[in-house]
Design a protein around this ligand. Sequence first.
Ligand code: P6P
Length: 366
Amino acid sequence: MSLSESAAAPAPEPPGTPAQAPVSLTRFLLEAQRAGAITPDLRLLVEVVARACKTISIAVGKGALGGVLGDAGSPGAASINIQGEAQKKLDVLSNEILLEANAWGGHLAALASEEMDHSQPVSDAYGRGNYLLLFDPLDGSSNIDVNISVGTIFSVLRCPKDVTTPGDEHFLQPGSAQVAAGYCTYGPSTMLVLTIGHGTHAFTLDREVGSFMLTTRDMRIPEQTREFAVNMSNQRFWEAPMQAYVGDLLAGTEGPRGKDFNMRWVASMVADVHRILTRGGIFSYPLDRKCAAQGGKLRLMYEANPMSLLIEQAGGAASTGRQRMLEVQPEHLHQRVPVFLGSRQEVEAAVEYHRRADQDEAESRA
Ligand code: P6P
């Protein structure tokens, strides 16, 4: 029996059976290890990342009382990361929390972060494992100062065999090679959403006990949706197929889609993706003339790929608009891509607009 079957909702129990004990993340991962779905090292890795997310949740939750709001660096000399973005104090703190948590367990070979120019091997003082960890320590941090949900995104790859000191090049694996992925959203509740390749499962932090507790086994995204997420202020910069696709969404019942749509945009990918995993929708950050030179806005390795694995494991779809996201062959660590992900039929519709536009353009050149 595969884990996704065992992870599926258990058969109803006869009346009078004592309620099953709630399932903690630790128990869930031990069950996965017993089912042969993960190794002890991968179990430890996920536990360590989850524990670090609890620490980040506490820091985020303190807000102004924690003295950690605002930009990192000194007044008039903001700290700028490799993305060219001003770092928030919580970006730096979250990154440090994840680095420290993963330094001594012996489960990792190397790690990479949105906040660090290059990957770094884990000190071999504690032994090295067979996994590579990538993370965006605090995605959406521009929302921190206005108290909107933010999150941590992580992705796990295998370290190539016989590589003792991994470098950036060893991280350049397609998203289909991920062995685990997840995010932690710091919202009204703190939730960890995780896949280890057998479905997508949601855990809610019980702050009194200090444990993540399984609250949804096998999340499933509705195939269809009436809700799209995009930053409409970029509309005039979009490519023609994106203009046409969103134009038809906005036309609603008076247009070819024949139904009205709603729009949501939190500008925090973790929050938007969590809503889509929970009730369906399509999230898109397409190419536009502002970001086309960089290949897109969102990062492939530690934003698009982990989110795409979670979405596909929940029955959804994820694409660049022209290619399945998990099949993109990375060329560099901080590569950016256009992103369409969510309800399968809606993503397929958006991809079809791009296919038709590219075909028309090819024919017009012929
Ligand atoms: P914009 C946050 O900075 C982020 O990387 C994602 O979390 C979010 O979806 C996107 O950028 C928001 O971009 O251009 O709307 O501010």
